[in-house]
Design a binder for this molecule. Sequence first.
Ligand SMILES: [Zn+2]
Length: 459
Amino acid sequence: MAAAQRIVIDNCAIATVDAGDTEHASGHVIIAGNRIEAVGGGRAPEGLEDVVRRIDATGHLVTPGLINTHHHFYQWITRGLATDHNLFNWLVALYPTWARIDESMAYAAAQGSLAVMARGGVTTAMDHHYVYPEGSGDLSGAIIRAARETGVRFTLARGSMDRSEKDGGLPPDFAVETLDDALAATARTVDEHHDASFDAMTQVAVAPCSPFSVSTELMRQGAELARAKGVRLHTHGSETVEEEKFCHELFGMGPTDYFESTGWLGEDVWMAHCVHMNDSDIAAFARTGTGVAHCPSSNARLAAGIARVPDMLAAGVPVGLGVDGTASNESGELHTELRNALLINRLGAHREAALNARQALRLGTYGGARVLGRAAETGSLEPGKLADLVLWKLDTIAHASIADPVTALVFGAAAPVTASFVNGRQIVADGRLLTVDEDAIARSTRTEAQRLARITAQG
Ligand SMILES: [Zn+2]
C-alpha cells in the first residue's frame, strides 16, 4: 500500500475538543490520507515524507468540523411561510404543500440545505426525511446523491408517518404511508445505503416522525427493525406543550414514558428538541444514554420553549446541536446555533452559568458525533480520527480584536471558513464550495420552490 499523502497545517490556534479540552495557542495539525495523524503545539516536525501541501494558517482557529444532528432538507424550498405560528398550526399550514414534493424538488432542496451548511463549517450532516408522497420517486436516493456530491459525511434518518387525521393524528390522510409500506421502505433504504465502516460517508437511521403523526405500532416495529439491522433510531420528542397534551390524551402518559413503553429509550436513540422534560424525564434519558438534538433557533421560531440543556449535561445526557428544518429556521446554518444555544440557555433558569463558549463548541462537534453514534470516528481532533476539520479565519475586522479564539468563534459574528476538510478532502476554500456549483444550486432551488408553490396553488 502506498504511504498516505500528508497535508500539514501550521501556525494556527487549535481547539481539539478532546476529553480534556486540549487547546494550543499556536500549533499544527497533520492529515495523512483520510485521518488525523498528529495534533500539537508549535510547528509540525521537520522531515515529514509525502507532504503534498503545507498550509500557513496564521490568524486561524482550527476546530473539529461541525456536526448537525437534526434537519429536514426538503423544507429548503418552503422557507419563509407560516412565520407567526406555533408548531401544530405551522404543521397544519404546511402539510398540504409538503405532500406535493417530488424527486427533483427533494434533490434541489437537499443540495441547498447541504451547500449552506457545508460552506459554514458543517462536515457531518443529517436529514430526517419523513414525507414520501405516493409516486414521488426515489426521494431517499436523491437526498443521498446530493450529500455525496457535496462531500459531507451524512446520516439519512428515513422517516415516516402513518397516523393521519382519520386516526387522531395531525397530518392529512393524503400525506402519510401505511404501516407496512413505511417499514418495508425503511428496511430497503438501510439495506441499500447504510455503511457501517469506520470511515463511512453514508449511514441510515430508522426515524418515524413524532408521536402525533405515527402509530404506536410503527414506533414499536420501527425500533425492532432498527435493532435487527444494527442502525440508530431517531424521532422528535417533547417539543411543545401541545404535544405533551396530545400524549396525555391519547396514551394516558407524557412523551418520555410513551417512548419508554415503545422501546424508544436507549444508547442507540437520539431525539430532536426535548424541550418539555421534567426531572424524571431527564433522569430516564441519562440512565438509558438516550441522546438529544438541541435546536435552539427552531424552538424560538416556533415559540416552543427553552430545552433544559444545562440540566441534561449535568445528568450526563448526550447532547448535540441541530438546525432543524429550514421552514422553522430559515438560515439553515449550524455555526449560528453554537451562539444561539449559549444565549438562549442563558435566558433559562441557570442564567449566566447555563453554558460557556467551550461547552457550546463541544455541543456542535463532539456532542453531535456522540448522538449520531460516531464519537470514535469524528467530533474531536485526535490522532487516528477521521480528518474532518475547519479553519476559521479570525483575523478580519469581524473578530481580530477578540483575544480568545473560541470566544470569537462562538460569541462573535459567523466566522469566515478558509478551509473545510471532510475525510481528508478539502470541500470549502475561502468560503466557497469546491465540490458543487453554489450559483446553479441557488437557481434550481428557486425554480423548484416556485414549481412547488404553483402545484400547491392549483390544489
Ligand atoms: Zn424537526
